[in-house]
Design a protein around this ligand. Structure first.
Ligand SMILES: Cc1cc2nc3c(=O)[nH]c(=O)nc-3n(C[C@H](O)[C@H](O)[C@H](O)COP(=O)(O)OP(=O)(O)OC[C@H]3O[C@@H](n4cnc5c(N)ncnc54)[C@H](O)[C@@H]3O)c2cc1C
Length: 419
């Protein structure tokens, strides 16, 4: 039996303690799958006690935050009781340190530190807005969390007609934000800035249709406009004249919490937990990871971008890895692929770029009202999938991954179109 297998076998004297860090798409789906499996009569994994740690008590549907910002959705939060298995213990707090030698997590809860012992840790702390560009923190409105969205929404709602809103980020999130604001508030002037080509992952035909739709909504698209600095009321560009704004929404890329790096675990340059093909931490067999906060080996994950579309199957696979080990069986490698890139362009129109499993675009694009309908169905599916895992196990999520490839660089494209 390998070290990795042995390390997760249940203790005979007490339940196996699983702690899940992060109650987003990956964390909640994984928690549900594990608890459903071990609640079945006759299961052979031994007793399990599972705790989920999350800074807020509710579930955030991040893929609807642009609607909150624009004012087309009142909220993107749902009670956790609607999403999470009833056997999970919920701790509202933030993990600030993982002591991997002691198998303990330090959780900050209402100003006090709570030590939480684990036998298996699932690392699923997701991502947040990047703020490295000078002036972003002070003068721009981030868009990646529920707290960010509430602030941005209030600011945009208070803008007078003809005010200019600058949305920074030519990836899918920035495009959705700019379109949603422009459709909801046609009285505003919306400019969308992209450091490179807008929506660089789309086919030529897909990009043409996208630009047409943005033009129809009155969004002024400025490609190849790299923001060097944000100042009060203006964006300073690298090699063009500054652009003034009344509100600036930042959607340029995502960063990840530095919890893994701070805790001395193996991470990549931006702080994502490095995991192997089974999603097990490279240096700790009792830590498994999923979602935006982890990086998989190129051989199985060179194509995986930060997205809900990847977080769900990765969360499911992380649960399968943990369950296999609890049964004393070897875990299997991931095989996760994409089927499409789905973009809402306001509430009435959308665009679905069909892609190969490795996320490269095909020639097929669905746009207009059918695109909007498809995107809305997919948003609903994400929630219903997570919830369904509370009752039955192992829903097939997404499509199988592309054939294995040699090393590839996780590059700019992933960072810029991260979603
Ligand atoms: C406006 C917007 C639109 C998007 N649209 C799409 C889309 O259409 N399709 C798509 O595929 N993706 C989309 N995305 C991206 C998608 O939301 C993320 O990729 C996805 O949420 C990642 O899931 P996750 O489970 O890894 O992390 P998350 O959903 O971010 O969940 C992580 C959880 O961990 C918690 N956490 C963080 N730090 C700690 C800590 N120290 N201790 C405990 N808990 C912690 C967080 O608070 C959060 O609840 C969009 C994102 C945004 C912002």
């Amino acid at each position: 039996m390998s070290t990795r297998t042995r390390a997760l076998l249940p203790s005979t004297t007490r339940p196996h303690r699983i702690v899940v860090l992060g109650a987003g798409y990956a964390g909640v789906l994984a928690a549900n799958r594990i608890l459903t499996a071990v609640s079945k009569p006759g299961h052979t994994s031994g007793a399990v006690h599972l705790t989920v740690v999350n800074p807020r008590p509710d579930f955030v549907e991040r893929i609807r935050l642009h609607q909150v910002i624009a004012g087309t959705a009142r909220t993107a939060t749902r009670p956790m009781s609607e999403m999470l298995h009833e056997r999970a213990t919920q701790v509202t707090g933030t993990a600030v340190q993982i002591d991997a030698d002691a198998r303990s997590v330090h959780v900050e809860q209402d100003g006090t530190m709570l030590p939480l012992a684990y036998d298996t840790l699932l690392y699923a702390v997701g991502s947040h807005a990047t703020t490295q560009v000078p002036g972003v923190r002070e003068h721009a409105l981030p868009s990646a969390s529920a707290e960010d969205a509430a602030i941005a929404r209030e600011r945009i709602a208070g803008l007078p007609p003809e005010a200019r809103v600058a949305v920074v980020g030519g990836g899918l999130t920035g495009i959705e934000l700019a379109s949603e604001i422009a459709e909801r508030r046609p009285d505003l002037r919306v400019v969308l800035l992209s450091s490179g080509e807008i929506a660089s992952g789309l086919s030529d035909g897909g990009r043409r249709r996208l630009l047409r739709e943005l033009g129809r909504l009155g969004v002024d698209v400025q490609s190849r406009s790299r923001v060097a600095r944000v100042e009060a009321g203006q964006l300073v560009l690298a090699d063009q004249a500054p652009i003034s704004f009344d509100a600036c929404v930042w959607a340029a890329s995502f960063a990840v919490p530095d919890l893994a790096r701070r805790s001395g675990l193996a991470t990549d340059a931006i702080g994502r937990l490095r995991v192997d093909e089974t999603l097990t931490s490279l240096d700790r067999p009792d830590i498994v990871g999923a979602g935006d906060a982890v990086v998989t080996p190129d051989a199985v994950g060179h194509h995986l971008r930060m997205s809900c579309a990847a977080a769900l199957p990765l969360g499911g696979h992380a649960a399968d890895t943990i369950l296999a080990r609890l049964r004393g069986e070897p875990a299997t490698p991931i095989s996760v692929g994409f089927g499409g890139q789905c973009i809402s362009l306001g509430r009435r129109r959308g665009l679905v770029q069909m892609v190969r499993r490795d996320d490269t675009p095909r020639d097929l694009v669905i746009s207009g009202p059918v695109g909007a309908w498809t995107k809305e169905r997919i948003c609903r599916y994400t929630v219903s999938t997570v919830r369904a895992e509370r009752r039955r196990r192992s829903i097939k999520l997404g499509v199988s991954g592309p054939p294995r490839v040699g090393p590839a660089t996780l590059g700019q494209r992933e960072m810029e179109t991260a979603r």
